[in-house]
Design a protein around this ligand. Structure first.
Ligand code: SF4
Length: 201
């Protein structure tokens, strides 16, 4: 299939799970220290009262209101590959450094002890994410926030089960993606499966 970029008028509907697979081929690769994934940057920001954030490249949706940059639509052109260990180390370093791009926020938030993956869709690259969580589990940091559209988790019960193994530290923030209520999954079974998978977290 031709890789789905940003949507234009009259676009053909696409399957997000297929797009997730295509995106995964672009944004992940095998490395000596496990599955690597692409990120554009790592730094601390004021949201959640201060949180070290890794910005993942590539998503399986094309929301019109998305605030991700062009790394969503052209994942092959943006970011660098990092091993799970490097991602964890970069998050820890960003937390240690605190907010460095704004004196205003640095004065207000003097300590950062939360970690997060955000940007595009961080659940693309299952083994990569689970390996990062192993490092977080063994770190001094008490909270890891995973921001996700839930599409991949809704289709992979094993993924949800394995994420739940880190329940003492992980907080999964799912944002249901649809412009209107009517646009959410229409088949009751499909919606029920989706919600049930998420409730297991
Ligand atoms: S799920 Fe999030 S990152 Fe992906 S297109 Fe929608 S708003 Fe952007």
């Amino acid at each position: 299939m031709e890789y789905q970029r940003f949507l234009t008028q009259g676009f053909k509907p696409f399957n997000p799970l297929e797009l997730a697979k295509e995106t995964e081929k672009i944004v992940t690769k095998k490395g000596e220290e496990g599955l690597e994934r692409k990120y554009t940057n790592f730094y601390s920001v004021p949201v959640y009262r201060g949180i070290a954030t890794g910005y993942a490249v590539g998503c399986c949706l094309r929301c019109i209101y998305c605030w991700s940059d062009w790394s969503r639509d052209f994942p092959e052109k943006f970011g660098n590959f990092y091993s799970p260990k490097q991602v964890a180390q970069n998050l820890f370093k960003a937390a240690e450094e605190g907010i460095i791009y704004s004196n205003y926020w640095r004065k207000l938030i003097t300590k950062v002890n939360k970690l997060r993956l955000s940007g595009c869709e961080p659940t693309i690259g299952k083994e990569h994410l689970l390996a990062i969580l192993e490092f977080v589990e063994n770190s001094k940091y008490p909270l890891f926030i995973l921001e996700t559209n839930g599409i991949i988790l809704g289709s992979d019960k094993d993924y949800v089960k394995r994420l739940a193994e880190f329940k003492d530290k992980i907080y999964v923030r799912v944002s249901f993606k649809a412009a209107t209520q009517k646009a959410l999954p229409k088949e009751p079974v499909q919606l029920e499966n989706f919600i049930n998978s998420l409730l297991k977290l």
